[in-house]
Design a protein around this ligand. Structure first.
Ligand code: XMP
Length: 518
């Protein structure tokens, strides 16, 4: 358990609760999100928060049986901030009134104007007289609770900002965590300042604590870690290695479907630079043999997944006596989500779990990134000295180039694809576009086309280039390269990779397409 001051976010199921945590982490404040139905009075005293935030949520406070904050919260003596639904339940529970409808629903941009002066959480807020906020509510507070004063009002939310300063209770109708409330971060900053947070949640501090925690958990036992070369498993491996040295062995399964020079880079970095015990399991013949003649994308994935587990297990067993498996599980994977369909049911995604391997091999888990968001993992990677180029790498799928080679996979196609992809990525880097793009890659198409080079006719493979912008890979849009960039890249690929004579640029968004071609 962390030694830092802790802020508790009680989740009522808003789509943007995670953003509250993001804003707070950016202020170096340690916080955790817990669903309202898990936050009992005893949980609350055990957690000992220095402040509490009540999130928004889709339910209506006016509905009987709708979610409430635990009663013990009001006598805990710590600052509480209620947001949207959180504000409404706060008002209702403390003696105010919330009503449904009456034409006061408000969705989208609104402007709040001040009604009283000086409230510490509004420092720097009303410099321009009024401030833009993002509203999303069907219900509204029609009478504030005793002890509260109004500090800000909007046309459809007369009680947009209220507070009972003597009890340190604050309530806002809008969502300060979203980007469309431009001064939202300032509001959180003021709130955590008045709550007395020291801002001590830094990656330097996290590193030292995580190392102590890993040592305490593992003792002198052996740990194995599947290293893919991706950011999460790399950062987890370096951190664990720093904690327990050679008690850690990493297994890097090379399925023969990696990009040009990738296996060498990963091995050189971890074995040579970090002196980490690393098994480079070159199993390309096994994988490529099993994939021979396979063109169905799902069969490809299943074949690779099955072999991956067998191979990992074989090498992990060869290490001998390992009792822990390290995984790069992140915080978004472990946040329990509020479910409104089946009562207090809870979904916990189990990510990176190598096909039930921990249970099968009787291994316990070490998950040192469980408390971190992706960008915090990157910050930790920088803190641990991983090269920036490594930390900022685009995502690469587990089945690798197999799903970038639609149709049958052959050694010839893989070779052409590797070289063409390297030229494409080199072009992107040279033009300074790599960090603007979420993911970029080439795919070799299952067709040959006619071309003319010099005086001769060619009949060679066609290549598709893909580059997308995205936030999380769930939706995506194609990256708008300039025509000059596309023309120059096409020329380089065809000149430098004999065997490819045509280049397409894929402008499909997701949906309707997916990011990968298969
Ligand atoms: P799609 O193609 O589904 O991809 O739009 C979304 C993101 O997921 C990656 N991806 C995979 N990653 N195993 C993985 O580990 C897979 O089978 C797989 N398929 C797609 C893809 O690269 C993109 O980042």
């Amino acid at each position: 358990m962390t030694q830092h001051d802790r802020l508790l976010i009680i989740d009522f199921g808003s789509q943007v609760t995670q953003l509250i945590a993001r804003r707070l982490r950016e202020l170096n404040v340690y916080c955790e999100i817990h669903p309202y139905n898990r936050v009992t009075d005893s949980f609350l005293s055990g957690f000992a928060p220095k402040a509490v935030i009540l999130s928004g949520g889709p339910d209506s406070v006016t509905r009987e049986g709708s979610p409430r904050a635990p009663e013990a919260l009001w006598s805990l003596g710590v600052p509480v901030l209620g947001i949207c639904y959180g504000q409404q339940t706060m008002m209702q529970q403390l003696g105010g009134l919330v009503e449904h409808g009456h034409g006061t629903a408000e969705f989208g941009r609104a402007f709040v104007t001040p009604t009283s002066d000086s409230l510490p959480i509004l420092d720097g807020w009303f410099d321009e007289g009024r401030e833009q906020v993002w509203m999303s509510h069907g219900d509204h507070v029609s009478r504030i609770a005793p002890g509260f004063t109004v500090y800000g009002t909007s046309p459809n939310a007369p009680f947009a900002i209220t507070a009972d300063v003597s009890r340190n209770f604050y309530a806002v109708q809008f969502h300060p965590e979203v980007h469309h409330t431009p001064k939202g971060a300032k509001l959180y900053e003021n709130f955590v300042k008045l709550a007395g947070f020291k801002g001590d949640w830094t990656m330097g501090a996290y590193r030292a604590e995580a190392i102590a925690k890993i040592r305490a958990q593992v003792g002198d036992a052996k740990v194995i870690c599947g290293l893919s070369g991706g950011v999460d498993s790399s950062v987890a491996a370096v951190l664990i290695h720093e904690a327990i040295g050679d008690q850690l062995t990493c297994v890097f399964v090379d399925h023969g479907l990696l990009r040009l020079g990738e296996a060498e880079q990963v091995v050189a970095m971890f074995r040579d630079h970090y002196n980490m015990p690393l098994i480079h399991a070159d199993e390309s013949e096994l994988f490529l043999g099993a994939l021979e003649g396979v063109s169905d994308p799902e069969v490809k994935r299943k074949t690779i997944g099955r072999l991956f587990i067998d191979v990992f297990q074989k090498h992990a067993t060869a290490v001998g006596g390992a009792t822990f498996l390290a995984q790069g599980t992140l915080y978004p994977d472990v946040i329990e989500s509020v479910s409104f369909s089946g009562g207090p049911s809870v979904t916990i995604k189990s990510h990176h779990n190598v096909g039930g391997l921990p249970e099968k091999m009787g291994l316990k888990l070490v998950e040192p990134l469980r408390e971190l968001f992706k960008d915090e993992v990157r910050a930790l990677g920088r803190e641990l000295g991983l090269p920036a180029s490594f930390i900022g790498r685009h995502p690469f799928p587990g089945p690798g180039l197999a799903i970038r080679c639609p149709g049958e996979i052959t050694a010839e196609k893989l070779d052409l694809l590797r070289r063409a992809d390297a030229v494409y990525i080199d072009q992107i880097r040279k033009h300074g576009l790599y960090d603007e793009i979420w993911q970029a890659f080439a795919a070799i198409l299952p067709m040959k086309t006619v071309g003319v080079m010099g005086d001769g006719r060619t009949y060679d493979y066609a290549l598709a280039l893909r580059a997308v912008t995205s936030v999380d890979g769930m939706t995506a849009d194609y990256y708008p390269f300039s025509h000059d960039f596309l023309g120059e890249t096409m020329t380089r690929i065809i000149n430098e990779v004999k065997g490819i004579n045509r280049v397409f640029y894929d402008v499909t968004s997701k949906p309707p397409g997916t990011i990968e071609l298969e």
